[in-house]
Design a binder for this molecule. Structure first.
Ligand code: A2P
Length: 307
């Protein structure tokens, strides 16, 4: 099974990366070191808002200075947070991430959400009416500033996250540098086949976040990894439901970034390319879709973003 995708920039993007959302600062460095030095990962997904980039930077420093891995052999992504959309702030936010991660460049820099938040009151400036406080920054202005980061050599590619088809259609009309990637929630309970087909037709590759259904999040009755179809297909292949869910996405050319800070699970999630699902098994998984989002800002942000 193939393990890389080609971006329109010509870069090879690994189909598997380590996710770091909700990886606590006390644990994430060990997870990143384990993934890069012992589990053969070559892709780490980060974001400023995850609050752990300084510790991940320490891990990169360890790994790259050890001489066991080269910076150029690892694909590193980070993301511009919603409070940094003003064109005057974009380069500073990117430079802060580079300083925290102790890197000279990023392979990919994503606009984390297609919405700008007001600055000056933390990452999530909640208004008194229970709705996030927004800033009047058009996405085109933010995108122009991100294009500048490519020109300056701070990042090799730019992309977006959490964009739907309507937002992408607009972006594609004005982008001088097309988005290389759209990172969205993708797993068997939220497979978004139309969005996936649209992006792939326009040469925008997809990264799927929460590819295991984020079992660590509270407040959800539904557990993807307990899904009987995944459990039975996993048994047939001598694999785990997690490995089946990851393989299914990777086989449809969706990059997966399972988060784990547990070494055994990091190892397990790294072993997804040594088996192939049959067409019938793929079909059984395809029909599990129920448009269920484990990540939806409607309640925490008071913003029906996906409506
Ligand atoms: P932990 O970090 O304690 O290992 P997602 O990437 O979909 O958001 O899922 C991340 C969650 O899934 C974390 O709570 C992580 O726990 C857990 N997890 C990661 N890999 C596996 C696995 N192979 N089997 C079961 N749970 C896993």
């Amino acid at each position: 099974m193939k393990q890389h995708l080609q971006l329109h920039t010509g870069q090879e993007m690994p189909l598997l990366g380590l996710g770091t959302w909700n990886s606590p600062p006390g644990e994430v460095a060990r997870a990143v070191e384990h993934a890069l030095l012992r589990a053969n990962y070559d892709h780490i997904d980060c974001a400023k808002v995850y609050g752990n980039e300084p510790e991940i930077g320490g891990a990169f420093q360890q790994v790259f200075s050890s001489g066991k891995r080269k910076r150029t052999d690892v694909f590193i992504t980070s993301k511009l947070w919603n409070t940094d959309h003003d064109p005057a702030d974009v380069a500073a936010a990117c430079r802060q991430t580079l300083a925290d991660l102790q890197l000279e460049y990023l392979d990919l820099y994503l606009m984390h959400w297609g919405v700008a938040f007001k600055q000056g009151v933390g990452d999530k400036p909640m208004g008194r009416d229970g709705e996030m406080e927004l800033a009047s920054v058009p996405l085109v202005d933010t995108w122009r500033a991100m294009e500048q980061l490519v020109e300056e050599g701070l990042v090799k590619a730019i992309g977006v996250a959490n964009f739907g088809v309507a937002q992408l259609l607009d972006l594609l009309t004005y982008a001088n540098i097309k988005p290389a990637v759209n990172q969205v929630e993708l797993h068997p309970y939220n497979s978004q086949p139309q969005l996936v087909a649209f992006c792939q037709r326009h040469d925008v590759q997809l990264t799927g976040y929460s590819p295991l259904g984020s079992p660590g999040l509270s407040g959800h009755q539904i557990r993807l990894l307990d899904e009987p179809v995944l459990v039975s297909i996993a048994a047939a292949h001598g694999k785990t439901p997690a490995q089946v869910a990851l393989n299914w996405n990777a086989a449809r050319n969706v990059v997966v970034i399972p988060k784990s800070t547990t070494p055994e699970r990091i190892d397990q999630n790294g072993q997804i390319f040594d088996f192939e699902l049959t067409p019938e098994e793929r079909e059984q998984i395809d029909v599990l879709n129920r448009n269920y989002r484990f990540v939806n800002p409607a309640v925490p942000w008071g913003l029906p973003y996906f409506a």
